[in-house]
Design a protein around this ligand. Structure first.
Ligand code: PAF
Length: 281
């Protein structure tokens, strides 16, 4: 496995691989890799001849009051994890390499990016679409794997791919969970033991809603009320939103859901740690 830090070198190698007919799979990450990322890399390896994992803590997707400088960085361990998971190339550029001095071009999706995460993190998806478009242009992948845990990110990227005529197949991998149900996330490492126990209510609330749907309850207000009620019982957990939205457009569903078409998304603060999760209903 090789590690590349230069855009030019990555582009040249990708062109060479493509000309030899290799199928390139990209797994974009911000590092601090966990088992969830490993499952994305393994999925990419099943479908591609060459797997590129990008490791880049993207400054443009963090808001001014967010945790960019505190975001966990563990390049050496990440590179080892990529190799063990079957990656062929780690692309780990510096911020200057991706955003040289004077950089001023951004990619903005204007609808799907607006609700949910877009309300409390207004510039977040602008950063995500910009860096993912750049990675697509640098790595020229045939397929790129993203986790279902970031359901809105998946919807925004699929829309960008369609709108900008990228020829990348967006592959969505299921959310990997700890044994107790907590969705795997690089931010989980900030949780104390007590906070971690409190955070389990997110998955319980989602499962409760899924159970209600399985039992025939399709009224959006009933499903949201039950999830909200569960979360409200936890002192350290403050709800940012609980919403049931269309899986493709991320528009809020009113009245009754059509099972199989929607996703319930939850974002909370557990003290100062922001966590998100979702469940397909
Ligand atoms: O999901 C992430 O880790 C990031 O948003 C991504 C897709 C790597 C872009 O920086």
């Amino acid at each position: 496995m090789q590690t590349i830090t230069s855009v030019f070198e990555m582009q040249t190698l990708a062109e060479d691989l493509r000309s030899k007919g290799q199928i390139i799979g990209l797994v974009p990450t911000m590092g601090a890799l966990h088992e969830g990322h490993v499952s994305l890399i393994k999925l990419a390896a099943e479908q591609a001849d060459t797997v590129v994992v990008s490791i880049f803590v993207n400054p443009t997707q963090f808001g001014p009051s967010e945790d960019f400088t505190k975001y966990p960085r563990a390049l050496e361990a990440d590179v080892a994890a990529c190799e063990a998971a079957g990656a062929d190339i780690v692309f780990a550029p510096t911020a200057e390499e991706i955003y040289p001095k004077g950089y001023s071009t951004y990619v903005i999706e204007e609808h799907i990016a607006k609700p949910l995460e877009g309300v409390s993190r207004p510039s977040h998806f602008r950063g995500v679409t910009t860096v993912v478009a750049k990675l697509f242009n640098i790595v020229r992948p045939d397929l790129a794997v993203f986790g279902q845990k970031d359901a809105q990110q998946v919807a925004v990227i699929k829309k960008m791919v369609a709108d900008l005529h990228f020829t990348v197949d967006v592959v969505v991998a299921p959310t990997l969970r700890e044994q107790d149900g907590l969705a795997m996330s690089s931010r989980n490492r900030y949780l104390t033991a007590t906070q971690r126990i409190e955070a389990l209510v997110i998955h319980r609330a989602l499962r409760k809603a899924a159970g209600m749907v399985a039992a025939g309850e399709c009224r959006v207000d009933r499903l949201i009320a039950e999830a909200t009620h569960l979360i409200a019982q936890h002192r350290r957990v403050r709800m940012i939103y609980t919403s049931i939205v269309d899986r493709t457009t991320m528009e809020a569903v009113k009245g009754e859901i059509v099972p199989g078409k929607v996703v319930m998304t939850i974002a909370v603060w557990v003290d100062e740690i922001r966590l998100i999760d979702n469940e397909l209903l």
